[in-house]
Design a protein around this ligand. Sequence first.
Ligand SMILES: Cc1cc2nc3c(=O)[nH]c(=O)nc-3n(C[C@H](O)[C@H](O)[C@H](O)COP(=O)(O)O)c2cc1C
Ligand code: SF4
Length: 518
Amino acid sequence: MIPRIYIPGDSGALALGAEKVAKAVRAELAERGIEAKIVRNGSRGAYFLEPTVEVATATGRVAYGPVKPSDVKSLFDCGFLTGGHHKRWLGAPDKIPFLARQTRLTFARCGVTDPLSLDHYKAHGGLKGLQNAVAITPADIVKQVTESGLRGRGGAGFPTGIKWKTVLDTSADRKYIVCNADEGDSGTFADRMIMEGDPFVLIEGMAIAGIATGATKGFIYIRSEYPHAVAVMQKAVEIARKAGVLGVNVLGSPNSFDMEVRVGAGAYVCGEETALLDSLEGKRGQVRAKPPLPAHKGLFGKPTVINNVISLASVPVIMDKGAAFYKDFGTGRSRGTIPIQIAGNVKYPGLYEAAFGMTLGEIVDDIGGGTATGRPVKAVQVGGPLGAYFPRALFDTPFDYEAFAAKDGLIGHAGIVVFDDSADMLKQARFAMEFCAIESCGKCTPCRIGSTRGVEVLDRLAQNVEPEKQIALVTDLCNTMKFGSLCALGGFTPYPVMSALNHFPDDFRPTPVAEAAE
Ligand SMILES: Cc1cc2nc3c(=O)[nH]c(=O)nc-3n(C[C@H](O)[C@H](O)[C@H](O)COP(=O)(O)O)c2cc1C
Ligand code: SF4
């Protein structure tokens, strides 16, 4: 049998040098006259081990990493094509502790299969969910998704089944499924990883959503900064269409569903669902007032399901294994698994899919291994640029929507960014206001004007100009933004600002100039 070598082709691994490694492997194969098949899989998400090269041996896959191009010659010398030992030897990938401890439901195939092989997808359980869906009524699909407890993974945590039911119950000549792949949150990469590593699972999830709600057309709105994801999704849609997974008779059923990929123009606010819809319609991406909800009047005024990539990609496993199976994972009202993205100043960065309920401390210290710099962890921002900063004192907070809300935080898209004790939280608070000022769509005053005033107030604080007055002002401003903004960009910017102020007050009282000079 021809040896099979897996070298990730996703943008995370490519950024770490996977292309150069692939080139070196090809050159070495040619020089040694060895015939082998190189598969460009997705990453399994242990980015501290990328580029990870895997080989299929008689006893299973064996991984090596992180591999540098200069390692390739010696890998061949050590007989890596049959799993030989080498300083980069990691053994069976699923035994690597970072991967072995996970519960992979949504990411089960990511890093394992060839992303663009539909046969590989099917051989690893793909399309079973869709097959089950076409055999039951739309109402029963919606019931299963509702009973699974799946909540939107894009930020707000709204129950997916309830959203779908609203669209199913709204009659119209045309309905749409829109997948939100704008993924603008800092430290997040789950959407990109699944689109590049297992695109068919998203296509399957969207097709199920279409059949469940009576929508016949889908759009995947991908941020322009994701050219690899765009290319993979476009190819995967074509393959799925040719194979009859998409089209007038989905899997030979009477259901029709097709989709296309659209590329955003690069604005954070276009991740907000109504701004995204405006952008998809070819307009400037500005937030729409609600009501009407997109479920009633969405894209082109038609009932529209708009869901995050991970929400949709989690549906196939629910439809395959059942609502009860999925619901069995998790805690409280946070059911199933969540792909936690560990980033920032952290020793073991990567994607970690686990059932809800782990504490923040377990994620940062045990899984993430603390900071990369080796200095103490000072703060962790959870949920992107609009998420709160958590100090070590809150590390016992379980990863659960309600538990985070009770601590004035949010899970958002489950990205966590770690900071060591050199971080200046006043600067971070200023950054939050500045980010809001730059990204504001400008529709409402608290966000458009408030964020700029917030930067000015924090600048005065940094210069130690009447500090108590500035603290009172920024607190008041945050209240206005929180309760007066039209969407969560203005409404949630107070979270990073106020959490930084409340948990790290010392950073907001800079040393007086005279004292600093002593
Ligand atoms: C400023 C802003 C940016 C957002 N960016 C994203 C994004 O990049 N991806 C996403 O899925 N949701 C984003 N959201 C949330 C969406 O508005 C919406 O809640 C989500 O797409 C619904 O899908 P879900 O129910 O599957 O989470 C953003 C919200 C706001 C206010
Ligand atoms: S809060 Fe900001 S981004 Fe949201 S609608 Fe108002 S101006 Fe636009």
